[in-house]
Design a binder for this molecule. Structure first.
Ligand code: DGY
Length: 323
């Protein structure tokens, strides 16, 4: 089976795929143009995809040989699942193995913004340490505050658990369904979206992104948040309207924002949000630990090896293809 891998992944995954006898193509050039990328896909039976390449109707029509896609991500918003289902194409993803790492980044952003860490670091780098000033660059403490989790699945649970243990935060959440484990273990309370927005001191997004969520966090929502609220997005940039977020920050409708994902992504280098003192932006590094990336490589390899043997992918975003 010919497998196209668009970027090198950790050795553990490559070794598994090689040992399984799969025929791997990994181009020297790790930054293919869209046309080059498509040509490699057209020549493959299966794809191990790194990054946000789009798998839409036009892709599937121009790559009729492709029979399986293994994503090197938990999120599968880049794939039109209906189009994959129509063609019986299983789409693998990498849940669980990156939950700890990604929630660590949400937790880090929450604290970085609360204590204005990146702003203060910028000042130190610019030689502006300055005199001790009792009133300058004050942060806020998180103890006993309310964390609102939008999407309480595996990553949201880990963020909630850390926040509970570290700062005894009250956990509220809004989700498609109740999370009984979080309610029992963390005392998490299910609330409406409106309550989540108006009651959270920190609002952290951990849901899977679909087009229905595009710009969900917009001016109308930021207006309803607390003035001390910290907005954290480590899920997908499409959840927030970045101009509205910028306006909410400069108009002090909310207190600060921590973003590991931006809209658009990558963020433009002259995006005015980067100049704000109450913002910390990271370049989508939620899963960027050795442990998580090894786990992702292993899951992606397991998915392709299972597919090559005619078995079900063990980590599949569209298990309905097997029914
Ligand atoms: C994921 O796994 O979905 C990460 O956001 C990387 O895309």
């Amino acid at each position: 089976m010919k497998v196209f891998i668009n970027k090198r992944i950790p050795e553990i995954g490559l070794q598994m795929l090689n040992e399984a006898g799969l025929d791997l193509t990994i181009p020297e050039n790790q930054n293919l143009s869209p046309e080059e990328w498509l040509r490699y896909c057209q020549d493959a039976d299966a794809i191990l995809n790194v990054g946000q390449n789009k798998y839409d109707q036009s892709f599937f029509e121009s790559c009729p040989n492709v029979k399986a896609i293994a994503l090197f991500s938990v999120g599968f918003d880049a794939v039109n699942i209906d189009e994959a289902n129509k063609r019986n194409i299983p789409v693998g993803n990498t849940p669980d193995v990156l939950s700890r790492a990604t929630s660590d980044i949400a937790f880090l952003l929450m604290q970085s913004v609360a204590r204005r860490a990146s702003f203060n670091f910028e000042k130190v780098k610019a030689g502006e340490w300055g005199d001790f000033d009792p009133l300058h660059a004050l942060g806020q403490e998180l103890y006993g505050k309310t964390l609102g989790v939008f999407g309480l699945g595996r990553i949201g649970f880990e963020m909630a658990e850390k926040s509970k243990k570290a700062f005894d935060m009250n956990i509220i959440y809004h989700n498609r369904s109740h999370n009984e484990e979080a309610e029992k273990e963390l005392g998490a309370k299910y609330v409406s979206f409106e309550e989540l927005v108006s009651q959270s001191d920190v609002l952290s997004i951990h849901a899977s992104f679909t087009q229905e969520h595009a710009d969900l966090f917009n001016q109308a929502v930021f207006e309803k948040m607390k003035p001390n609220a910290i907005f954290v997005n480590t899920a997908r940039g499409g959840f927030h309207n970045q101009t509205d977020l910028y306006n909410a920050l400069i108009e002090k409708k909310i207190w600060g924002a921590g973003l590991d994902v931006t809209n658009p992504e990558p963020i433009l280098h002259d995006d005015p949000i980067l100049g704000l003192s109450n913002v910390c932006v990271l370049p989508h590094i939620g899963s960027a630990t050795v442990e998580a990336r090894n786990g992702m490589a292993k899951f992606a390899a397991e998915n392709l090896i299972a597919f090559s043997k005619g078995e079900k992918m063990p980590h599949c975003a569209n298990p309905e293809v097997y029914q």
